[in-house]
Ligand binder design. Structure first.
Ligand code: FAD
Length: 369
């Protein structure tokens, strides 16, 4: 079968990109060097919002806003098609940051998003498990979460049902090029010709550009999380305070994270971080002291300057595209990023202005919206 487009990487970004192109009638084939959805897209928390959204630049907010408007429908489509429920759940985001109320309300006004400032009674009512409710919390009732390990399973099944060939445990070793044009890819099992290739390899994306085109600074940043086994209703809301957040799933399980560590591509957990995460979870939510920690894991986020992903053609090589560098927000930015990539590849009207995501575009500092 002739392939129009090869997707390298089967995380949330690669699979959503493959889905967008398949929906447009393209013959797409996806490669992952292991099983799909085993890296950052599995390890993440699944909050469908950037943390402290007002601290981000306009380009991040534009993608997040588009995705948030479409997430529920996407999850319903996936559930109907595959029988796997990504558990889109709108249980709202509480942010304990009284000093940031003005920034939060100003941002919400500009974005037509809902933000309320709470006193301690209102906060205690919304999240009775919180140890020391205080005045000045920020409440974003519209924020949702998805159960990302199920989202990636549903996406994989959806691609299968659409007839997209998925080559798992087959690493792409090089991009095939000739006369400034992409020809396909090489793997240990053979060569696969294609007219276009999209790199969606998360933290490993820059390595695939080596010897082909100048690589943008996409680097791994490790994040560790723990999971409590708790009865349903133990924790009600996604709650964020300084660099820690809690995410209650529908079945009662509770995620608590996360660390931000620079240690290259070494994906490992440490007992110290696991202990500190458990202690700070119990400090904030004392009822978790009776709940066992069921799991402790780590993932490598694909970091980029200001967290603005690279979406679009790699100008040094015709037919080569990049969709990577979503850092802490790949789950929430995914639907918009992948629609935009497909729009650019298929020469359609783009859903958002593509300029800030171009490979060579300057990335502003966070907070400069
Ligand atoms: C602890 C933690 C918490 C997070 N919480 C959230 C959150 O609440 N909300 C949110 O929006 N985001 C969150 N994120 C970030 C989010 O998970 C990532 O931004 C997103 O998953 C990136 O998706 P991706 O598809 O680009 O990368 P990945 O999921 O890492 O996928 C990349 C894929 O490429 C494959 N690959 C690599 N090299 C090759 C090769 N040579 N050949 C073939 N395949 C290759 C890999 O095997 C992998 O499957 C979190 C991340 C972490 C670690």
């Amino acid at each position: 079968m002739n392939i129009d487009t090869i997707i390298i990487g089967g995380g949330v970004i690669g699979m959503l990109t493959a889905r967008e192109l398949a929906l447009a009638g393209q013959r797409v084939t996806l490669f992952d060097r292991q099983g799909t959805g085993r890296e950052s897209s599995w390890a993440g928390g699944g909050i469908v919002s950037p943390l402290y959204p007002w601290r981000y630049t306009k380009p991040v907010s534009a993608l997040a806003g588009w995705s948030q408007r479409h997430y529920r429908a996407l999850c319903e489509q996936l559930r109907a098609a595959t029988g796997i429920d990504p558990e889109w759940t709108s249980n709202g985001l509480l942010i304990i940051a009284p000093d940031e109320q003005r920034d939060a309300t100003g941002w919400a006004r500009r974005r037509a998003a809902e933000v309320q400032c709470l006193d301690r009674q209102q906060l205690a009512q919304l999240e009775p498990a919180l140890a020391r409710p205080q005045d000045g919390a920020i409440w974003m009732p519209e924020v949702a979460q998805v159960r990302n390990p199920r989202l990636v399973k549903a996406l994989r099944r959806d691609l299968e049902l659409r007839g997209v060939p998925i080559h798992e445990h087959e690493a792409v070793t090089a991009i095939a090029t000739r006369h400034g044009r992409v020809q396909g890819i090489h793997t240990a099992h053979g060569n696969y010709p294609a007219r276009t290739v999209v790199i969606c390899a998360g933290a490993w994306s820059a390595a695939l550009l080596e010897g082909v085109a100048p690589a943008p600074p996409i680097t791994p940043v490790l994040g560790q999380m723990i999971l409590f086994k708790a009865p349903p209703g133990t924790i009600r809301r996604i709650t964020l305070e300084s660099d820690r957040y809690i995410i209650p799933r529908r079945d009662g399980r509770v995620l608590f994270g996360s660390t931000l560590e620079q240690c290259g591509f070494e994906k490992r957990t440490s007992d110290t971080a696991g202990r500190q995460l458990r202690e700070s979870a119990i400090q904030r939510f004392p009822r978790l002291a009776d709940c066992p920690v069921e799991h402790h894991w780590a993932g490598l986020r694909p970091a980029s300057p200001a967290g603005i992903p690279y979406i679009g053609p790699v100008s040094a090589l015709e037919g080569l595209y990049l969709n990577a560098g979503h850092f802490r927000n790949g789950v929430v930015l995914g639907p918009a990023s992948c629609r935009l990539l497909a729009d650019l590849l298929l020469a359609r009207e783009p859903v958002v202005d593509p300029t800030p995501y171009r490979i060579g575009a300057p990335r502003q500092d966070p907070g400069a919206e």
